[in-house]
Ligand binder design. Structure first.
Ligand code: NAI
Length: 281
């Protein structure tokens, strides 16, 4: 029992204390932010990525482990999970976050591109989920699978159809996993990021007019920070979310609320004046 409120606060702030967590795609962007926040919450983190140089750099900085892994390859994911279990005795949390984006236009997508997108973004999530779940079930149950989807998985996108389809698949897989694995005490959820400030959106943010135009379409009027996703990931991985499963939590500044740009104050003033004039006539 903590003796004072201060001790209690400190104890409560370590929401993932001693949980063993793998974060795929942890070398960059959202995965890096999740790894950072998980480590700060007391988790034993293993970063897994194909970008081994960046991965070692982040792991060194955070004082966590790193293991090279291609999530689209079953043997590679098996070795990742086996390695973590061997070193730490168990695996509590699998964050299947690694993903690729970009796309040729709809009419130019070939089979090779389509296959690779699905292999990394959807098959990769399935392999991480299934192999981690097999271990969790064999250990007696309990555990958390947390996937990274996207707003595009909820709404589609004309320029990145393969990516959007892969992310819609992640939402479906998250629901199916929750249904199949709930009986073993394993929770399966996803985060659905909106437009976040990582290298994946660098192209959108490179030109100020383009960035401003995009931001105006987001109800909160700005791109999200990687830490916004990490906060949601900590919550969903922690016991605070112990009755939440099969859910995709969209962290998107309100993007999915509508498909119209939010009105600026100036536009709203014009509308009010026009309305008043119409009523006065
Ligand atoms: P990022 O490109 O900065 O990071 C992705 C990481 O995944 C990289 O470290 C990369 O090396 C790794 N990776 C790629 N293929 C891999 C493979 N086969 N095996 C293992 N690791 C692999 O991108 P970001 O923005 O951090 O994206 C993270 C996740 O969030 C992705 O699944 C992405 O689709 C999703 N997302 C990102 C959004 C954004 O606005 N940045 C919006 C919605 C979803």
């Amino acid at each position: 029992m903590p003796e004072s409120g201060v001790c209690q606060d400190v104890a409560m702030s370590m929401r993932l204390e001693r949980r063993v967590a793998i974060v795929t795609g942890g070398a960059n962007g959202l995965g890096e932010a999740i790894s950072r926040k998980f480590a700060a919450e007391g988790a034993v983190v293993v970063i897994a990525d194909v970008d081994e140089v960046a991965m070692e750099h982040v792991a060194d900085e955070l004082g966590v482990e790193a293991q090279g892994c291609d999530v689209s390859d079953r043997d590679s994911v098996q070795a990742l999970v086996d390695g973590a279990v061997e070193r730490h005795g168990r695996l509590d949390i699998m964050v299947a976050n690694a993903g690729i984006a970009n796309s040729p236009s709809y009419l130019d997508i070939d089979d090779e591109f389509w296959g690779r997108m699905l292999e990394v973004n959807l098959t990769g999530v399935f392999l991480c989920n299934q192999i981690a779940a097999r271990h969790m079930v064999a250990r007696g149950g309990g555990g958390v699978l947390l996937n990274t989807s996207s707003i595009l998985g909820a709404e589609g996108h004309p320029q990145t159809p393969a990516y959007a389809a892969s992310k819609a698949g992640v939402i479906s897989l998250t629901r199916s996993g929750a249904m199949a694995l709930g009986q073993f005490g394993i929770r399966v959820n996803a985060v659905g990021p909106g437009y976040m400030k990582t290298r994946m959106t660098e192209g959108l943010r490179a030109v100020p007019e383009l960035e401003k135009g995009m931001a105006e379409m987001i109800p909160l009027n700005h791109f999200g920070e990687p830490g916004d996703i990490a906060d949601a990931a900590v919550f969903l991985a922690s016991d605070e979310a112990s009755y939440i499963t099969g859910h995709t939590l969209f962290v998107d500044g309100g993007w999915l609320t509508h498909h119209l740009p939010a009105r600026t104050e100036e536009q709203e003033d014009i509308r009010i004046r026009a309305q008043a004039e119409a009523e006065a006539r």
